[in-house]
Design a protein around this ligand. Structure first.
Ligand code: SF4
Length: 374
């Protein structure tokens, strides 16, 4: 009996080693990993080997450059008609802390911070406000670009774009063209959450489907508007759900090549309506980053979101496949409302120091990942 158990263990170890050997060979030969490879990696506990492979893959693509952007986040309103269970940011409208910024306030906010921080990008996302008119969004982008022609504007998730299409009666392509003509440079990657419709129905029943999210990004890419992709994890999704999500995104990228980066978002459960949930583990965070790096071979950049992971783990993730340390942000509300105790923003000096401590070269970038020499 004992001998039989030992033999079974030996066979399992041999099988695992064989799988790792095959995956290693693919990574070293720059061959695409299959869905089954990614599943095997997620199920494996050999985090160090997974990280080593992801680090190799990242080095092949980005060398030892780690990117960051000097940017500012603006969440123009927290009033939202969608009320997703996992969101701690939204308000219904009558609460004491419900707010909406008007265009003058947005411009003022940028002006004050612009002088002090000399940022290159403004990143704008907000709730789906029940009464702001379509013209507000177009004017917002137009006015920002007019006042700050050198700023790149990354604004409105696919969820907001779908909402703008609804409130205006226009096609998504018309909304995106209006925004582009007004000065929009890129779409952020939020709103993808996890594509599995069963989980999506529990987390965000009112939100657009995964198919709609994909459709909107494809339309944007066709119009020459680049975007980012993302995945929310830590919401009781299975490894299969993760791989299926990554596979859909990889297929879109094969078609359009319009995604600039991929951002895995660790779920922040505090103050949300999702019951019995906890923070993701550092172990899982690193695994998600590493498997994403290995599987998304047609993505140049994998972002580590220090607001959710914390500075220390984000630093470690730079040896597990991530090459983008995100930005200075200045103020971030969405994850902080959900309990993030990490900094809301960082100075350029701090970001550079954090990256240098990992033995990498901090490289300032713009929204489109062009290196900035300032
Ligand atoms: S996640 Fe977005 S759409 Fe959902 S409630 Fe929050 S702000 Fe609204």
């Amino acid at each position: 009996m004992i001998n039989n158990n030992m033999n079974n263990m030996d066979n399992n170890i041999k099988m695992k080693n064989k799988n790792f050997d095959l995956i290693r060979e693919k990574v070293y030969n720059n061959e695409r990993l299959s869905v089954n490879d990614a599943l095997f990696l997620f199920k494996s506990n050999d985090l160090i080997t997974i990280g080593e492979l992801a680090n190799f893959k990242n080095y092949q693509i980005n060398g030892n450059r780690v990117y960051y952007i000097v940017n500012i986040h603006i969440n123009y309103t927290n009033i939202c008609v969608n009320r997703c269970a996992f969101c701690a940011f939204y308000r219904k409208g009558k609460e004491i802390d419900a707010y909406s910024m008007n265009i003058k306030e947005i411009i003022e906010y940028i002006k004050i911070n612009y002088k002090a921080n000399n940022f290159k990008e403004v990143h704008i996302v907000g709730g789906l406000h029940p009464s702001l008119p379509y013209s507000f969004y177009i004017d917002m982008v137009y006015r920002i670009k007019k006042e700050f022609p050198n700023l790149l504007i990354q604004a409105f998730t696919a969820v907001e774009i779908d909402y703008l299409s609804k409130i205006s009666g226009l096609q998504v392509s018309e909304v995106l063209s209006d925004l582009k003509d007004s000065g929009l440079d890129s779409l952020p990657g939020g709103g993808a959450e996890i594509f599995n419709p069963v989980i999506r129905k529990k987390l965000c029943p009112q939100k657009i489907s995964g198919e709609r999210w994909i459709q909107i990004h494809k339309i944007a890419h066709n119009l020459g508007i680049p975007s980012n992709a993302s995945m929310l994890y830590g919401v009781k999704e299975s490894y299969e759900d993760r791989v299926s999500h990554l596979n859909v995104i990889r297929n879109v990228q094969d078609e359009s090549n319009g995604f600039k980066s991929f951002i895995p978002f660790a779920f922040q459960p505090k103050n949300t309506a999702v019951k019995n949930s906890s923070l993701t583990s550092g172990y899982d965070d690193l695994k998600v980053i590493a498997v994403s790096r290995l599987f998304l071979d047609n993505f140049k950049h994998i972002k580590t979101f220090f607001v959710n992971l914390g500075i220390n783990l984000a630093q470690v993730s730079l040896s597990f496949g991530a090459d983008d340390f995100d930005g200075t942000l200045i103020e971030e509300k969405i994850s902080h409302n959900a309990g993030s105790a990490n900094p809301m923003g960082l100075s350029v000096k701090s970001v550079k120091k954090i990256i240098e401590e990992t033995g990498n070269i901090p490289t300032e970038r713009d929204t489109l990942y062009n290196a900035v020499f300032s």
